[in-house]
Design a protein around this ligand. Structure first.
Ligand SMILES: *Cc1c(COP(=O)(O)O)cnc(C)c1O
Ligand SMILES: [Zn+2]
Length: 391
């Protein structure tokens, strides 16, 4: 039984079939989102069955876009812990501050969720060569899942991507190309190669499958809170797949009647690369290219997200906000999480934690709220940065 019905354009609503590989909207080039037959899902499963299934994100099978379970390419992604930040919560005066720790994924970032979903669907639809422009982590994840599925993968990452992330992809025998510049420059090279060699481009939000994996980060939090929505989600945002995925998870859970409310979605960026924060604070509905993006949080070096309209909509419709933090605040937070909570966060996750502190200072959250801050990856993938800040 398959519950995904179609892929619908988030902008113009054009419907695309689910039995052939899809990229972006054929009418307006907007991003596509999977649509499920929610009534049938409701009749087929109860929310309480998920906890009795295997420990990976694939236990939400009815809400994932695969036809045949045999095509799932998994390394055990998902099922990450939700850790109560007792000591930091206390010092901030927050009673219910939690960290969703995505460092526990197979390649140590949340990217394993979108990549496992995408590689599985593409394997099912007989796509053999996949290309990706990446700020780094989605590339090392694709190298892993591509290796497991026996696919041909081509990864284009900025030449200043942290070395462990590059080496990880390289050792998995992927075709890894370093590009001078940012993910946007890598994206241009991929676009050229796609038309030349017929590779399938899985850029952020340019295939509808990635967000389907990402949304399990929201399902898990709802389940871990006893099928309840948190009040606030704080996520470090680059291309927007994370925040859109989590928003979509709560949309579906509300439609299913399994939770009641949409959390406030808080997008966090570095002040050295904050295209979404700028657009949000200027009241715009499109994001302008941010010149000179450069932050230690390399996963956030995205000067212009493709799904800009959707990210801004998610923030506004959920009554959330977008906030930037400084590089010093990121480093300080990284050290604080390590020393107070024992969590070795990636700089992106540390940025999100730094934003929680600012939300408290600005009285934008109150002490009883359930606040979920995502640590999107492991600090170990940024070992040079850890060496630098340990001096
Ligand atoms: C990709 C990435 C992000 C940003 O996520 P988006 O979905 O692109 O907004 C944050 N942190 C880490 C560690 C990442 O790899
Ligand atoms: Zn469209």
């Amino acid at each position: 039984m398959v519950y995904v019905i179609e892929y619908r354009c988030a902008r113009c609503g054009t419907v695309h079939e689910s039995n052939v590989p899809q990229t972006i909207c054929r009418s307006c080039n907007g991003p596509l989102l999977a649509v499920y037959d929610i009534e049938s899902v409701k009749n087929a499963v109860d929310k309480h069955v998920f906890c009795s299934r295997s420990n990976s994100m694939w236990r939400y099978l009815e809400l994932l876009p695969i036809f045949n379970e045999r095509n799932i390419v998994s390394l055990g992604e998902g099922s990450t812990p939700l850790i109560k930040l007792e000591r930091s919560g206390e010092s901030l005066g927050l009673r219910n501050l939690y960290m969703k720790d995505e460092s526990r994924n197979p390649t140590a970032t949340f990217k394993d969720r979108p990549i496992s979903a995408t590689v599985s669907v593409l394997k099912e639809l007989h796509v053999h060569s996949i290309a990706i422009p990446t700020a780094g982590n989605a590339g090392s994840s694709l190298a892993a899942y591509g290796a497991r599925a026996g696919l041909d993968v081509h990864i284009f990452m900025p030449s200043d991507t942290p070395k462990p992330i590059y080496s990880e992809a390289f050792i998995r025998n992927a075709d890894v190309k370093l590009v001078d510049g940012l993910i946007s420059d890598a994206g241009r090279v991929v676009a050229e190669c796609v038309s030349k060699y017929g590779w399938f481009d899985i850029s952020t939000m340019k295939v509808p499958y990635r967000v389907e994996g990402t949304k399990t980060m929201g399902f898990e939090v709802a389940e871990q809170l006893g099928w309840m929505s948190p009040d606030t989600i704080v996520f470090p945002t680059g291309g927007g797949e994370g925040i859109i995925g989590i928003w979509k998870s709560f949309k579906e859970l509300i439609e299913l009647g399994w939770v009641k409310s949409m959390p406030k979605m808080v997008v966090v960026q570095s002040e050295c690369c904050k295209p979404i924060v700028s657009a949000y604070s200027e009241g715009k509905d499109r994001v302008e290219f941010f010149k000179g993006c450069n932050t230690i949080a390399s996963g956030l070096r995205v000067p212009k997200p493709f799904a800009d309209i959707e990210i801004l909509k998610v923030i506004r419709e959920s009554r959330g906000l977008a906030m930037d933090v400084s590089e010093n605040e990121i480093i300080h937070s990284l050290k604080e999480l390590a020393s107070k909570e024992g969590i070795l966060a990636c700089p992106e996750g540390a940025a999100a934690y730094a934003a929680v502190k600012k939300l408290v200072e600005s009285k934008l959250v109150d002490r009883d709220e359930n606040i979920i801050v995502y640590n999107t990856g492991s600090g170990l993938k940024y070992i040079d940065l850890l060496h630098d800040v340990s001096k």
